[in-house]
Design a protein around this ligand. Sequence first.
Ligand code: NAP
Ligand code: GLV
Length: 309
Amino acid sequence: MAILFKADPDDIAAWTRALEALLPEVEIRVWPEIGNPNDIDFCVGWAFPQGSLAKLPNLRGLQSLGAGVDHVFRDSALPPNLPISRIVDPSMTEDMTHWIVLNVLRFHKQDPEYRKLQADGRWHELPAPMWQKRRIGMMGLGELGGHALARLKLFGFPLAGWSRTKKKIDGVETFFGDDGLKPFLNRTDILIVLLPHTPATEDLLNRKRLAWLPKGAYVINAGRGKLIVDEDLVAQLDSGHLGGAALDVFREEPLPASHAFWRHPKVVVTPHVSAPTLAATAAPQIVENYRRALGGRPLLHPVDRDRRY
Ligand code: NAP
Ligand code: GLV
C-alpha cells in the first residue's frame, strides 16, 4: 500500500508531512521515486507524465492536487475506469474570491490610472465611476465563480453570470450556452473568467468574442490561460477597445520572459497564485478520498470524464 505523490518541489515537504500525519500506516512515495509499481494504489498530484498512470496495475484512484483537471486529461493513456477527484476546499474558494475582489476593485476604482498619475507626480481627479453602473460578469458559476459572485453582491454591483447549463441565482442575471454568450458579454464591463479548460472552452475568448465586450471593459482571468487567445487580448488592449486585464494563469507557465503580458502597461500579472491548494486545509479530503478509493466507494468531488471538469 503506497500513495504516489507529485507536486512542485517547493511544496513536497509540507504535503508529505501532512499526509503522513493523517495516514501514518501508508507509505508516501514522491515522484519520480516510484519503487515497485505494484504497491501504488492511489496517486495524488499535478500533471503526471503521459502514460505513467497506466503503468500502475493496482491504482484505485487519482486525486488532482488542484480544482482544475485539465492537466489530468493531457494524458491520452489515462486508465479508462480510474475514478478521478479534484479539490473543492472552502479555504481555497475564499482565497480565490479575495484575488477576484482585489482586481475588480482595482479596475473599478481606476487604480492603474491613479498609479500612473502618481508616477508622474500629478494631482488630478478623474471622473468618478458609479458602482451602480459597473456591470460585473462571471464566466463559470461553479464552486469558485459562484462564491466570488456571492461576495461581490455585497458591493452592490449589477451582476451577471454565464455557465454551460441554465442557472437561477438570486440577484444575478444568468445566461447559458452558446446563445447566451453574446448578450452576456455585451452587458459586461468587468469580465471575470473562472471556467475550466476543456475542449469546449479552449480559445473561447478570441478576437470576435472579446469585441462583444463594451468599449473600455476589463478582463480578469484566473481560470486557465488557454481560455484566452493572447494575441487577440493584446490587440484589443492596444486598440483601446479593452481597458485592462488582470491575469493569473497563462498558456505557458512560467510566463516566458519575452511575453508581451510582462511589460504591457494595461496588464497585471500574478504567477498562478490566486488560490493555491494548501496542505493545511486540503489534506483531509485527500485522505478521505484515499480511504474511499480503497473501499470502492465514490470519491468526494468526482470529475466527469465526458465534461472534463
Ligand atoms: P467548477 O465548480 O467545476 O465550475 C465550473 C463552471 O464552469 C461551471 O459553472 C460550469 O457550468 C462552467 N462551464 C464549464 N464548461 C463550460 C462551457 N463550455 N460553457 C459555459 N460554462 C462552462 O469549477 P471551479 O472549482 O469553480 O474551478 C474553475 C476553474 O478555476 C478550474 O477548472 C481551474 O481551471 C481554475 N482554478 C484556478 C486556480 C488558480 O489558482 N488560478 C485555482 C483553482 C481553480 P455548469 O455549472 O453549467 O456545469
Ligand atoms: C489551480 O490552478 C487549480 O486548478 O487548483
